[in-house]
Design a protein around this ligand. Structure first.
Ligand SMILES: [Zn+2]
Length: 177
């Protein structure tokens, strides 16, 4: 592993960065499936993208891992590593919940959000025999484009703005359907 001395120098973070990494991780292994408390001396600096696969030794690409998890990850990417353990990547989960929140908005709300973020969404061009015209963008187009653009705080304030629809009352026994 370490034949290449020159390269190996850049394989690890500097001590300052290591300390920051350790502090950000609150002294725990950052593998969600482990979360073990580790000493600073025990910390292994894992790469989200393996060094051997072109992953840079930067803070962004680094994770604080215990010895076991670092070994376990091997050269797998972080996403693959989590997947193998049946753990969902928190980033992915966040995106999914954002998507769901967007989907629950009305088209008008999505339009105004797109406007606020200067996101241009064009409807698909439909062609028939004589002419082609653009149809209005669909809701799912808005959702796709706005996922990751709109912040969750924004979504929260948006749901406050809109009049909350009265919760469906419990059905009376007289309700027939
Ligand atoms: Zn661990």
């Amino acid at each position: 592993m370490f034949f290449d001395e020159e390269r190996s120098v850049k394989r690890t973070l500097g001590i300052r960065d290591k300390q920051i990494l350790y502090r950000n991780a609150k002294g725990r292994c950052q593998n969600p499936g482990c979360n073990k408390k580790i000493d600073f001396d025990e910390m292994q600096v894992g790469h989200k993208t393996a060094y051997s696969r072109g992953g840079a030794t930067t803070m962004r690409n680094s994770v604080c891992l215990c010895y076991r998890c670092n070994k376990l990850q091997g050269t797998d990417s972080w996403a693959t590593f989590l997947k193998k353990q049946n753990i969902e990547d928190p980033e992915t989960v966040k995106k999914q919940s954002m998507k769901q929140a967007l989907q629950s908005l009305s088209l008008a709300q999505l339009k105004s959000l797109a406007g606020r973020h200067h996101v241009k969404i064009l409807g698909q061009v439909e062609e028939d025999w004589f002419e082609s015209h653009r149809v209005a963008p669909t809701k799912s187009q808005y959702v796709t484009k706005l996922t990751g653009v709109v912040t969750s705080a924004e979504l929260a304030s948006l749901s406050k703005e809109t009049p909350v629809r009265a919760k469906p009352k419990k059905r009376r026994t007289s309700d027939r359907s």
